[in-house]
Design a protein around this ligand. Sequence first.
Ligand code: PNW
Length: 489
Amino acid sequence: MNPILTRRQFTKALGGLVAACAVPLAAKASAATAAASGAQGSAAKRAFPKGFVWGTATAAYQVEGAVKADGRGESIWDVYAHTPGRIVHGDTADVADDSYHRYPEDIALMRGLGVGAYRFSVAWPRIFPEGTGKPNAKGVDYCKRLVDALHAAGIEPYCTLYHWDLPEALQRKGGWQNRDTAKAFADYAGYMAGQLDGRVRHFMTMNEISTFIGNGYGSTSMAPGLGLKGQALEQARHYALLGHGLAVQAIRAATNAKTRVGSAEGINAAMPAFDAPEHVAAARKAAVEENAGYLTAMHTGRYTDQYLKTLGADAPKFTADEMRIIGSKTDFQGLNIYTGDYYIAADNERGYEAVPFPSSYPNMQSSWIQFAPGAIYWGPKLMAEALGIGDIYITENGTSSTAAPDSQGRVLDTDRVMFLQQYLAELQRGIADGAPVRGYFLWSLLDNFEWSRGFSERFGITYVDFATQKRTPKLSSRFYRGVIAGNAI
Ligand code: PNW
């Protein structure tokens, strides 16, 4: 299929967007002027920096479907999703959004939004069906077609190499509990980055080590669902970090000097209970210690004394060489920020105390998303200050919403609009106060397969009818389009 849409195809694909949003596309051109003059909306708009990157994000397993197409191998998520009782309603991602075939339509949706960037992930088992060995040319070709179609639409691809879909063949050898997996990942990452060299400038090694290790190895709520404890769990976490470090080096070796390498980590975004110097200092300490097993190790090349002391006999076994690899220099840090945790100053060894959420604290649909716009103000600011990070991208932010089509077919997700409005206002304020955030990727372009929640939690700004694959932009799409057009909130 020719990935480049003709004007007519583009307009056709956009039909739904225009109808649902009831604002002609022509309005987009004037929106920037309107925002700058304060003529759009009642409040004066606050601007983001010139050149700020606006994007949307998805992940291969959550949107692609086509799990058996073109020689794709099996992943741990195929096995997990097909195990009875694992996923809400027994959903699987065998078809999901069928984006493997419908990506031109998805790119047209992005053009309608006006985004300049798209964060997607490569499915490792499409490239190496058995995890290692001989690459699968058809899988590589798919990624190249996707990337070329993005460029043709004027959208910059940001590529994640591991968003949790480990080849099942490697899980049979122990997955991330086996040190060889870190090496296999680096080999795959280097190969794929080399294939996309010149077409993709930003690579992220892994997505949220904290989540796939915590939920897939520590508990059973994500694939592979091992429920490990103690040293075995900590060793798997360490090998995942090692995989990141080895991949940073492999990507650099396989690509040109302009390539920028980072990761997308889900942080425990530390927030002071309120903005007072002692609580801000407490939150800054918490930012380092509460992320000690991830970002702190990756940016300093060491595990903190407090971290190792707390783990005691469960601490991972590691060598100085491994720590040097884990600390491989990156060019940017992606942060996935949905919510945060409050801290207050405390007269204890750590100098801080976490404050649990009262049961009355406001929450979004997903039980783990407390409404905490301060997380996107404080998270990047404190991480950058504490770890000396130069360039940050918000690689995910968004929320689930129960909003569904009304009698006129519109999806009026006012909870998501409220959420985005408040988080983006706090992001703008953070940047104005010095947080080095260069771009923002909204999770997600589409409703998709939300891991163990299946299709019961919808994170898209585009509604997807999973029976027909019809895509309908929600009210939040229209909101986001305005923010992008004006580069302001
Ligand atoms: C992230 N939690 O996952 C992932 O990167 C996405 O693939 C996912 O769809 C998105 O956030 C929304 O959930 C998380 O329970 C899943 O704390 C669960 C948690 C955190 C992140």
